[in-house]
Design a protein around this ligand. Structure first.
Ligand code: FAD
Ligand code: EPU
Length: 351
């Protein structure tokens, strides 16, 4: 592996990515560029190898599946500054660079008395990836706290700053997800508060707080702790068994279709969706009903603890995991007439 350095970046050829994706599948980047300074991006994208549309931006690799080697260069941002940029007493704007670890950032905000991100504790990955799919958990989506997204626009070769309203955020979706070859998120500005308003509506949080001996008004750090405890129980740890969290998005279907399915399957969970005419179904429940929980095809499997989580028990390849995912989706389509779509980005193959 040849390694070269420049100001604010280093480059390695034929770099293994096995430890850079939480599925732990084998993949090699023809060229891996690690940028340690945001200011290096214009120079880097001046080089033909990176200007190429095939350049993949890689964060913690916790929401992608390498079904093959990435066809072009891979760029990882190793930029890790966190700054309090505006402080209005009760409210503050914090700017974090793309390479900051998401959970470390949540802990930093809580440690500085700033609330808002506590329900999003322990989500793997980086700050830079958080706006890509508008990460969400336990009743909160990150868009509620995104003030602006700073990005390098590969089309114009300039840095841009997009206000949250211009990011087209939706459930597991954003402008950035639709334009993967255009924006490199370089930093995110978050609007946070010193006036904590707990969001305890998601099933299980209040019970967990009670089990922790907290009955009255919890502090933000205690809500984070409750979320961490639930997550550790429900989701496999990628350090122990490779996975990318939920492999499928929860499908959004017309309300009439949800009602018909509910009439035939009275125990089926149905959730509200952003608009009144549609409903969100539970992909986990649909997959579970098709009998996939705990299933294994060699080392490619479905977690025995959560039907929505595909796992690599050892040496599964990305293509084997993809083949299993396709069979799961086909069985849900055949039994319920519902199309489920992958949440992670699939590199090297098409869904
Ligand atoms: P990567 O996987 O490296 O990349 C994901 C996508 O973002 C790719 O398309 C990549 O090109 C793009 N990208 C990454 N960084 C940038 C950047 N700086 N600029 C432009 N594009 C970029 N997600 C949730 O929403 N809620 C959860 O509760 C949740 N739980 C999870 C639990 C587990 C155990 C695991 C393994 C994953 C979970 N996820 C969850 C998914 C994942 O953690 C998030 O999507 C996370 O934001 C991905 O971050 P990453 O840095 O690993 O991104
Ligand atoms: N369920 C089953 N079988 C299972 C697991 C769950 O039937 O094996 C049913 C249960 O009825 C449960 C329902 O599915 O009530 C929902 O389960 P859960 O609360 O675990 O939520 P989820 O819909 O599976 C979503 C997100 C997670 C996020 C949690 C908590 C998606 C695709 N996934 O999971 O995000 O952490 O809610 O908010 O929206 C991720 O995106 O990677 C991720 C882990």
């Amino acid at each position: 592996m040849n390694v070269a350095h420049g100001s604010g970046y280093r480059i390695a050829e034929n770099a293994r990515l096995d430890a850079r994706n939480t599925f732990g599948v084998r993949a090699t980047a023809p060229m891996l560029v690690e940028a340690t300074e945001t200011a290096a991006l214009p120079e880097l994208f001046g080089y033909a190898m990176l200007r190429n549309a095939a350049t993949l931006i890689l964060g913690g690799g916790s929401n992608l599946l390498f079904a093959g080697d990435p066809p072009g260069a891979v760029l990882a941002l190793e930029t890790r500054r966190i700054d309090l940029v505006e402080d209005h007493g009760d409210a503050a704007i914090v700017r974090a660079e793309a390479g900051v670890g998401w959970h470390d950032f949540v802990l930093w905000t809580l440690g500085n008395g700033l609330a808002g991100l506590e329900n999003l504790a322990l989500i793997p990955g980086t700050v830079g990836a958080a706006p890509i799919q508008n990460i969400g958990a336990y009743g909160v989506e990150v868009r509620e706290h995104v003030h602006a997204v700073e990005a390098f626009d590969r089309d114009s070769g300039r840095f841009v700053r997009l206000a949250a309203v211009d990011c087209a955020f939706a459930y597991r979706d954003s402008l950035f997800k639709h334009l993967p070859d255009r924006y490199v998120v370089s930093a995110v500005e978050f609007a946070l508060s010193r006036m904590f308003q707990p969001r305890l509506g998601y099933a299980g949080i209040e019970d967990e707080l009670r089990a922790m001996g907290i009955d009255g008004s919890p502090r933000a750090a205690q809500v984070a702790e409750a979320v961490i405890r639930i997550r550790r129980r429900k989701l496999p740890d990628p350090a122990v068994v490779g996975n990318a969290g939920s492999f499928f998005k929860n499908p959004i279907v017309p309300a009439a279709q949800a009602e018909a399915l509910l009439a035939a399957n009275p125990t089926m969970p149905v959730f509200r969706s952003a608009d009144a005419g549609s409903r969100k179904l539970s992909a986990a429940w649909l997959i579970d009903q098709c009998g996939w929980k705990g299933h294994r095809d060699g080392d490619a499997g479905v977690s025995p603890d959560h039907a929505l989580v595909l796992v690599n028990h050892g040496t599964a390849t990305g293509l084997e995991l993809l083949a299993l995912a396709r069979r799961i989706a086909e069985s849900v389509q055949a039994r319920f007439g519902v199309a489920i779509e992958p949440e992670p980005r699939i590199v090297g193959a098409r869904w």
